[in-house]
Write a protein that binds this ligand. Structure first.
Ligand SMILES: [Zn+2]
Length: 203
């Protein structure tokens, strides 16, 4: 009886530890295989294996309230920033660098100095009824291609920062001439669902 209970107890502990782990060994290895100043390779739709990965749905990062103290995730965020910086893009999602998690970088065209911010476990909680055909969308994972994409005029969003703070805000901007922060957020959010801008082309 005691042995059975001990066995069951051990099983519960093991099961709990596996399900509460916020990062897999495979993710940890690929994140820590280089220092924080080393950019990741960006997956390309022209490569069949990359293309399949880009079509997968990403998963939430667990225990976001402790993200500020999670060395591996913080290392990942730094390398992701380095990758976007080097590619001179305005947004980059984790699945584009082989990490199937709900996190992306997006440039705040709506803020002075255009800082790049991070969105962890983002959600679009509401959006405009109206859509626009955004001009010349493009993607760091789709070489030599641009096209107009169908986007909401505004989105109300929720996400966590790398410090674990919860943000809720309304993002708009659909014009390349002035502000298109709302479109960048939508484009990156789509990546987490395995959706690419070429799925949303319009005239
Ligand atoms: Zn993209």
């Amino acid at each position: 009886m005691n042995k059975t209970m001990l066995f069951l107890g051990t099983l519960v502990v093991i099961t709990t530890c596996v399900s509460c782990r916020s990062i897999s060994n495979k993710e940890r290895n690929s994140i820590l295989d280089a220092d924080e100043n080393t950019p990741f390779d960006i997956l390309q739709t022209t490569n069949p294996t990359d293309s399949l990965f880009l079509r997968r749905k990403a998963k939430n990062i667990k225990r976001v309230n402790r993200i500020a103290h999670h060395a591996t995730w913080q290392h990942f965020f730094k390398r992701l920033r380095k990758t976007l910086d080097q590619a001179e893009g305005v947004g980059l999602a984790a699945p584009q660098v082989s990490i199937g998690r709900n996190v992306f970088l997006f440039m705040r065209i709506d803020k002075p100095g255009r800082p790049v911010e991070i969105a962890i476990n983002p959600r679009i909680v509401s959006h405009s009824d109206e859509t626009v055909c955004f001009e010349r969308d493009g993607c760091l994972s789709i070489p030599d291609r641009s096209g107009n994409s169908r986007r909401y005029e505004w989105v109300e969003v929720e996400y966590y920062t790398e410090k674990g703070e919860k943000i809720r805000e309304k993002l708009s901007g659909t014009s390349r001439q002035t502000d298109f922060t709302g479109v960048i957020f939508q484009h990156e959010y789509d990546h987490l669902q395995g959706i690419l801008f070429v799925d949303k082309l319009c005239d």
